[in-house]
Design a protein around this ligand. Sequence first.
Ligand SMILES: [Zn+2]
Ligand SMILES: [Zn+2]
Length: 170
Amino acid sequence: MKIDGSCHCGYITYRAEADPDKTEICHCTDCQILSGTAFRTLIPAEDGTFEILSGQPKIYVKTAESGAKRVQAFCAECGTPIYASAAEGHPKIYRIRAGTVRQREQFVPKRQIWLRSQQQWAQDLACIPGVEVGKLPHSPGCRPYLSRAKRLDTTARMVVINEKSRNTRG
Ligand SMILES: [Zn+2]
Ligand SMILES: [Zn+2]
């Protein structure tokens, strides 16, 4: 579908075509730092459809652990990240920062990558109490946040209980 978007100050505007089913969340540490938060949501533009309509993004080239160079484009006026793409090679895939897309509500992430560096609390956003008037404090049926260690412990205990019940039965 056709999408368009802009940075916060409006200096940079763009348009592209993108498939909502390709929306993904990246939990890598670079995304955490470059976004200033826990993860980044990305929408890859279809080949050859990304087009800057106004403004000139500032480019920062980051080098990944693998040695791959990635272009990070952002607005030099307001700091909004716009897209990332490979520094060399074709076709160039523009991975648009979902928050800048006007139609972002239709782009629900379909997969998550780099889960090994995920911030643990980001697994249970619905369990973090909200304070907005008129909103539920958290999802009904939401279990309180458990650390990964505790989860493993709970799983281990469940296994033990299962073993025990099996032993009793046998
Ligand atoms: Zn801007
Ligand atoms: Zn990432």
